[in-house]
Design a protein around this ligand. Structure first.
Ligand SMILES: N=CN[C@@H](CCC(=O)O)C(=O)O
Ligand SMILES: [Zn+2]
Length: 403
């Protein structure tokens, strides 16, 4: 079954050539894109959809979320808006509420959040554990996460539960907890920050997870200058996320990871993606991550929602893109790229085609997964020009219309 999607005013492919086509069309066949080009040259297909001059982008790739949680932290948010600072301790409030919730309800809550994200144009997403914080509840979160998200990250090292010895807890994470979650996860992450895990504890967790075959990511430099970025670089992590406070040398270290990468062919030695989380920066009143400086220096950047109940209770990638343009000084093309191709790079899903059956996401090209986001607007510029407006008109996810 093939579908011709035509009368596209602007097709922002985010492919390796950064092509933006005008008056374009796309053909979707099964779960894959089988053709793109000028609408006038489009081949016949079984079915046709006329988009009436709207813009099409790749579906958002949200590479950093925490969707496995119950409860609400409105009071903490209100206190923050009244001048309190964010501190990692709030995670314990969500841990208690999450542990007290049934499997059925935790699944329903997570699925509801995925639906919210998809209805706003997200077509591929990662989510993390990290609100269970014992073997039983981390395993349950990982298992449920594997049924609702495209990729799952083990974040047992999110916070040391109150009353536990940090060293003993770190050993638990590296040993029995890791063994129990392993069947359900692809990645491991640590919150390497004052009040959470030290560099030494974080390194121990990441090395154990790497030995178990997991890819690595780090929550780093969110609340102050710290060792997170350097640790991510040292261990060749796929991404370091937050990056609000970069010390002298952090930017250079990140740049250094990309020296073997050929951006024009998408080949070579991958570096560590800097994932910026603008909705979180605003909700915690932290300085916005220096996305402009990172891009200018040659670092690959992703934008993600960091949807979680503490620091960023939104899955709106459009809000992140608008903020990146309006306040972080990215161009619309750069911001959309970071929220699509950048997320795919961070999740190692930027390559793949018919030959290997592992379909790339985050860009529109033949053989890639048919993940398309149609805007109620003639160009992607409207995402920043009309911030906060409901601009998602239609969504195709793996070739199926999801909205
Ligand atoms: N910083 C660490 N983890 C989350 C927040 C967790 C919470 O406060 O519930 C984040 O990415 O911002
Ligand atoms: Zn996070």
């Amino acid at each position: 079954m093939s579908t011709l999607i035509t009368n596209i005013a602007e097709l922002m492919t985010q492919d390796l050539e950064h092509r933006v086509l005008k008056d374009a069309a796309v053909v979707v066949e099964g779960e894959r894109i089988s053709w793109i080009g000028a609408a006038a040259d489009a081949p016949a297909a079984d079915d046709a959809v006329d988009l009436g001059g709207r813009a099409v982008l790749p579906g958002w790739v949200d590479s950093h979320t925490h969707l496995l949680f119950a409860g609400d932290r409105t009071a903490e948010f209100e206190a923050r808006m009244a001048g309190e600072s964010y501190a990692a301790g709030g995670i314990a409030v969500t841990m208690n509420a999450t542990r007290a919730t049934s499997d059925f309800d935790l699944t329903r809550l997570a699925l509801g959040r995925v639906d919210e994200a998809v209805s706003q144009g997200t077509t591929y997403l990662e989510t993390k554990t990290g609100y269970g914080l014992d073997v039983e509840h981390e395993t349950r979160s990982a298992r449920i996460a594997s049924t609702v998200a495209d990729q799952v990250t083990f974040l047992g090292a999110h916070l040391v539960p109150v009353g536990q010895d940090p060293e003993e807890y770190t050993e638990l994470v590296c040993g029995p907890m890791l063994a129990a979650v392993r069947p359900f996860v692809q990645w491991a992450d640590v919150f390497c920050e004052e009040g959470a895990f030290t560099a030494e504890q974080s390194r121990r967790v990441l090395l154990a997870c790497r030995d178990a075959g997991l890819g690595l990511r780090v929550h780093g430099n969110q609340l102050g200058e710290g060792p997170g970025v350097q640790l991510a670089v040292e261990l060749d992590a796929a991404s370091v996320d937050h990056v609000n406070y970069l010390a002298a040398g952090d930017l250079d270290a990140l740049v250094g990871t990309w020296t073997g990468w050929d951006a024009s062919s998408g080949t070579g030695r991958r570096g560590t993606v800097a994932t910026c989380l603008p909705a979180c920066d605003l909700s915690t009143r932290q300085p916005l991550a220096p996305a402009r400086a990172l891009l200018d220096a040659g670092v690959q950047v992703a934008l993600a929602s960091n949807c979680n109940p503490g620091t960023s209770y939104t899955s709106s990638m459009a809000f992140c893109v608008a903020t990146a343009v309006l306040q972080m000084r990215l161009s619309v093309h750069e911001a959309v790229r970071a929220a699509t191709y950048g997320g795919a790079l961070a999740l190692h899903k930027d390559t793949g085609n018919d030959a290997d059956g592992e379909r790339a996401v985050g860009s529109i090209a033949v053989g890639h997964r048919a993940d398309l986001h149609v805007l109620s607007a003639p160009s992607a510029t409207h995402l920043a020009y009309r911030p906060g407006m409901p601009l998602t008109y239609a969504v195709w996810r793996a070739g199926k219309q999801a909205r």
